[in-house]
Design a protein around this ligand. Structure first.
Ligand SMILES: Nc1ncnc2c1ncn2[C@@H]1O[C@H](COP(=O)(O)OP(=O)(O)OP(=O)(O)O)[C@@H](O)[C@H]1O
Ligand SMILES: [Mg+2]
Length: 575
């Protein structure tokens, strides 16, 4: 904002004000003078005639002297008496046909003559005698007399004009100085704002509480408001600049068509100087235009996706986040080369660690299971009991290998056919009814129809392992709750029991393969369940029932694109 020095401006304003006022006053006095000169003589004549009328006419506008029909002598006396005044040069009366009836000058006394064209009259007036209309009375006024009667008036007009002009100039000077002085004080304050300090603008106080005072007050409030928002903007700018310069991501501001109009310092990772980067489309930085998906809750307005930046000889995998502002979009490009490498390393490390642990546990289990066989096969003569023990051990090894194979299966969890999970649950309940009866347990179910497009064996394995664990954990005569609900895009399975529950330490380990606290357990059940749930993009939660016992929740997306949302977690069912 730039404002020129206020004083010279306001002086010009003052001059203009003076000029306008003086011009208006001069114009009006000129008009008065012109009017005076144009109509002044008429006014004088009118006043002369008014005086004359008092001498000649009665209130009915009839001649005072008893002029009868064409009483030339009387008429001559009238005109004679009129012309004897120094104001009237000559006077005459003519009848309606233009015949001269009487004239004040005997030399020009063309009685009954019709030649009246040469006569010039200043005043004319219809007159009547006792017997009706006589004709017209004409008078030629003495010009010098009129001029002399106008002279004092003229002086008065000149003097009046001069006085009016002088007063108006004085008043204009005072008025304009007064206004410009007040404006100058306001400008002085405005200049503070123009120099970048709107917060320093003070309110100017005047004696008069008028529009200029209100303007001064409003300006102060406006500039202080501006100062506040400037302060906020400066803070926001500094904050965002520091955030933008410290974030490791490349942040681009792009127009609706993707054209880059701003880039933070991290753009150097692209190997482009800033001026070359501006104006190109952000999508052109990628080998293939990345496909962006709504991030989490669609109302957040964020899109994310992965792509490979391939530009200027540089190539790296990147995570892209696009958020839409009112007029621009913000594109954040995160180099995930290191993350990917770490992920790969972690994956290998985890795989090897898991494989090592799994193999060790598996070997240990097999070794334990076949140890009776190893001891018994050296004996020459086997009793039936020995054979039964060996058979049992072989069965156990077989079961262990089957479980291991099930766990290690990498079948795709998705199926082209829908499977009713509620029906699977009912089948499993009847299959394991003998175990339920053995412990005199009660199984309470609430099963909604839940068709899912997942591998049937995987779904069966999930319910079966949870059910068997619940049966194992339940004391004699206890209750087990099995529910299956569908809501929005999810299917929620819960399994609760009245057992001892799971300690916090064990909760962290129960999904590890071969973790078991049971003498005859293999510890593969929950690892298998977890493996299947993960492969279905689902989620598993283990909690304690408030009254004791374990409470397992499995949330599976009906459609695999909808993943678990912890905010929509179902509360614990009433016991
Ligand atoms: N409902 C439950 N109540 C208490 N503890 C449980 C429950 N379910 C699982 N656990 C604990 O988690 C451990 C691991 O369970 P998991 O099903 O993986 O193996 P397992 O039942 O011991 O053997 P298996 O491989 O035969 O299933 C169990 O040994 C037990 O300690
Ligand atoms: Mg189990």
């Amino acid at each position: 904002m730039k404002i020129n020095p206020g004083s010279s401006r306001s002086l010009r304003l003052g001059h203009k004000l003076i000029l306008v006022i003086v011009f208006v006053v001069a114009l009006s006095s000129m008009a008065t003078t012109v009017l005076f000169f144009v109509y002044g003589q008429d006014i004088v004549r009118e006043s002369i005639w008014t005086d004359m009328k008092k001498l000649l006419l009665n209130k009915d506008e009839q001649l005072l002297s008893h002029v009868t029909r064409r009483d030339y002598w009387s008429m001559f006396r009238i005109v004679q008496s009129l012309s004897s005044s120094h104001i009237v040069d000559s006077a005459w009366i003519m009848d309606k046909d233009g015949y001269m009836l009487a004239h004040s000058d005997p030399d020009s006394y063309p009685v009954l003559s019709k030649s009246t064209e040469a006569l010039h009259a200043d005043i004319s007036h219809q007159i009547s005698g006792v017997s009706g209309s006589l004709g017209t009375l004409y008078m030629e006024i003495n010009g010098a007399a009129i001029a002399s009667s106008l002279a004092p008036l003229k002086k008065l007009v000149y003097l009046g004009n001069f006085l009016v002009l002088t007063i108006s100039v004085g008043f204009a000077c005072f008025f304009s100085r007064h206004i410009t002085r007040r404006f100058n004080r306001i400008f002085h304050e405005v200049q503070k704002a123009a120099r970048g300090h709107p917060g320093d603008v003070d309110e100017v106080r005047f004696a008069e509480d008028d529009e200029i005072q209100r303007l001064a007050s409003e300006l102060k409030h406006a500039f202080h408001g501006l100062a506040d928002s400037l302060e906020n903007t400066r803070f926001a700018q500094e904050f965002y600049n520091s955030v933008l310069s410290t974030v490791p991501d490349i942040v681009l501001v792009v127009e609706a068509d993707g054209t880059i109009i701003y880039a933070n310092a991290q753009h150097e990772q692209l190997g482009y100087p800033l001026h070359q980067l501006l104006g190109i489309r952000w999508q052109s930085l990628f080998k293939q235009t990345p496909a962006l998906q709504p991030h989490g809750d669609t109302s957040s307005g964020w899109l994310t996706g992965e792509g490979v930046v391939s530009v200027n000889g540089r190539k790296f995998p990147a995570l892209i986040t696009l958020s839409t502002l009112s007029s621009y979009d913000i594109v954040a490009i995160q180099n995930i080369e290191t993350v990917k490498a770490l992920e790969r390393q972690m994956h290998y490390a985890n795989t090897f660690a898991a494989l090592g642990k799994l193999s060790a546990n598996f070997a240990h289990e097999i070794k334990n299971t076949i140890s009776p066989i190893r001891l018994l096969y050296r004996i020459d003569h086997h009793t039936e009991q020995d054979i039964a023990i060996m058979e049992q051990s072989i069965k156990q090894v077989d079961g262990l290998v089957t479980k291991y194979l099930n766990f290690a299966r990498t079948d795709t969890a998705v199926s082209d056919f829908s499977v009713r999970m509620d029906r699977i649950a009912l089948e499993l309940l009847s299959l394991h009814d003998s175990q339920v009866q053995e412990k005199q347990l009660t199984v309470k179910t609430q099963l909604e129809p839940a068709p899912l497009y997942y591998n049937e064996e995987a779904l069966r394995s999930i319910i079966k392992n949870l059910l068997l664990n619940a049966i194992d954990a339940s004391p004699h005569g206890a209750c087990i709750w099995l529910t299956l609900h569908t809501r929005d895009e999810q299917v929620v399975l819960t399994m609760a029991d009245m057992g001892e529950g799971i300690s916090d330490d064990d909760k962290e380990r129960i999904f590890e393969p071969f973790f078991t606290t049971k003498p005859s357990g293999s510890g593969i059940g929950l690892a298998t369940v977890n493996h299947h749930v993960q492969s279905m993009s689902g989620h598993m939660i283990v909690r304690d029932r408030p009254e004791g016992g374990a409470f397992f929740t499995v949330i599976l997306p009906k459609n695999r694109q909808h993943t678990f949302n912890p905010e929509k977690l179902q509360p614990l069912p009433e016991s």
